[in-house]
Design a binder for this molecule. Sequence first.
Ligand SMILES: [Zn+2]
Length: 355
Amino acid sequence: MQRILRHTLIFAIVSITSFTAPVSAFTHNTRESSSRSSNLNSEKVQQRQLASSQRGVCGTEEPTTQLKDAHKRLSLREYRHAEGSIDGNASRATADSLPRIEVDTWFHVVSTSEKVGLVTNTMIASQFLYLQQAYQNSSIHYNLIGVDRSINDTWARNGDSAAMKRTLRKGSYSALNVYFQTDLEVSDASGASSRRNGHHHHHIQNLDKRDVLSSQNLLGFCTLPNPEITSSSSIDDYFNDGCNILASTMPGGSIEHYNRGGTTVHEVGHWHGLLHTFQDQTCAPGANGDYISDTPQQSVPTEGCPASKDSCSDLPGMDAIWNFMDYSSDDCYRSFTVEQASRMRSMWATMREGK
Ligand SMILES: [Zn+2]
């Protein structure tokens, strides 16, 4: 077991160094034409999904009052960059001046017996590289300590998730555990926020109709930090902590436009305490939104990758469609803002470090 695990890790490291990154976090790909033919049945499924999954009411768990209070408190305390513009991205200079945060990280690949070959070692290495790159400007570094693989038809669709996490979870509350599941479905697991793919259903390959219908195409969800956890908390208080990701969103996965690894980056953003850029979905002046001042107020989640969007046109700034905490497709994803970076860092210091 130990040997297998070590072998996997070495493979991952070799793959990362020799990987000619088609998944660069900071490259903006031209949008592919989506005018390809699709069959009518799939279109019907798509329309039904859009109607029933209600984009406006996404599966995201609302942050607790305690977490919102933490956001308010931290936003007052944080150093505000003089040059932080309304659409300024976290810059290289910012990262260089910040001490590096090191996050112990475990990847758990959970497959059905049928899809046991779905997640390749190359996909794992590419996903880790993309995660690393995406958080580089926040000076958050992930140490991939372990990769394990499980074959379990129930766990792969997130059934009996408590047993899965009690068995697989590693490290303390400051350790990031990511579960890549081949058949992820909505479960009764609370404390989760999710990213859904409300469209492009006709592009999905390698998924049968039952998967699409029953899972409502759930891409992932993750726990937000729990302010009640302390350094003396027991694992029983936080075994559920971590991120659940549909494995086919990994780089090289089957979901077109959502297969560059952006879902993992988005969900890990929640793990660091970030909320959606469209939080509260309102243009009301003075609304708290995501408690981040350099993400323009946004009332509607972005779908796909439009050229531009401005859901609160009377307020400053266009929608940050390139932001990892929007719902845009992976093609659009580019970065976090300066203030999101500093919020993740202060959340780390208060919520997870040393716990
Ligand atoms: Zn989300």
